[in-house]
Design a protein around this ligand. Structure first.
Ligand SMILES: Nc1ncnc2c1ncn2[C@@H]1O[C@H](COP(=O)(O)OP(=O)(O)OP(=O)(O)O)[C@@H](O)[C@H]1O
Length: 265
């Protein structure tokens, strides 16, 4: 195990941003932390990286790491080339040739000023700088935010390649089809809690939708209501009535929309 988080909590004043969450990540795994805005994903990453001090809980991080923050900001008045040079001077693990190769792959000129890059291009430069670090674990906070579909695929391809090389990836995202393409394990967060944590394949396997009459009660997440029927998303063994398959998106939506306590799972 390369990362273990145990009972981590963090508040900002009265706001409980992360509420006793636990998970662990194995070497070489791609671990996706999912959840709607404000779920507590960034705070979790920041506590792991020591950028925020947790209120309670234990964190074990057993390797070198690099971090792609949610706010992708680089020094505006430098060129991409200068940015690479500076990064090389401050980081022992940085491989200049790798950064240049990745930036060339994204078809961005090394002579370009950071200020002239579009949001997507800036993200690509930042991702290249992060992946050029020869570390054990990469923490990526919304690495594909603001990228067009082609570029998103490219980044996801990179994530997969790094994982094949034995690197560990922990990343946050809102984009479920993309997560589905690449993640080994997913943790679904809402209101500071992890509501579901499993291998993606297990998760898709263990839930089904069941359609029951209005007066029937199912232990599960109420997903849809029609005049005559209710549709629940529930664990296979708890399902009654007419059973239908569900997509990962359905499962995510149901878990995030319904409070776990009312779901009785
Ligand atoms: N510096 C801060 N001061 C006060 N409250 C904060 C601060 N940072 C985050 N929060 C609050 O903590 C909660 C969790 O925020 P966090 O940024 O961790 O969520 P997130 O899941 O990363 O959201 P998003 O997907 O929108 O980036 C939110 O309610 C947010 O408003």
């Amino acid at each position: 195990m390369i990362l273990q988080v145990k009972e981590l909590s963090k508040s900002y004043g009265k706001k409980l941003a992360v509420n006793k969450i636990s998970f662990s990540v194995e070497e070489g795994q791609i671990f996706a932390l999912l959840g709607p805005n404000g779920a507590g994903k960034t705070t979790t990453l920041k506590c792991i990286l020591g950028l925020r001090k947790e209120d309670s809980g234990k964190i074990y991080l057993g390797g070198t790491y690099a971090y792609l923050p949610e706010k992708k900001e680089l020094y505006k008045y430098l060129t991409v080339e200068k940015m690479i040079e500076i990064t090389q001077n401050i980081s022992k693990m940085f491989r200049k040739e790798k950064a240049v190769e990745l930036i060339n792959d994204f078809k961005i000129s090394l002579k370009e000023k950071i200020a002239n890059l579009s949001h997507g291009m800036l993200t690509q430069v930042y991702i290249s700088l992060v992946f050029a670090e020869d570390v054990d674990i990469y923490f990526l906070d919304e690495p594909t935010w603001g990228l067009d579909p082609l570029m998103r695929s490219k980044v996801i391809e990179l994530v997969r390649k790094m994982s094949l090389e034995g690197k560990t990836i922990v990343y946050t995202s809102h984009i479920l089809p993309e997560v589905e393409k690449v993640a080994d394990v997913v943790a679904i967060m809402n209101h500071g809690k992890i509501l579901e944590l499993d291998f993606l394949d297990n998760l898709k396997e263990k839930y089904v939708a069941c359609v029951v009459g209005k007066n029937e009660n199912v232990e599960g997440y109420l997903f849809k209501e029609t005049e005559k029927e209710n549709v629940y998303i529930t664990l296979k063994e708890k399902a009654i009535g007419k059973i239908e398959p569900v997509t990962f998106e359905n499962i995510f939506e149901a878990i995030v929309r319904t409070d776990k306590r009312t779901a009785n799972l």
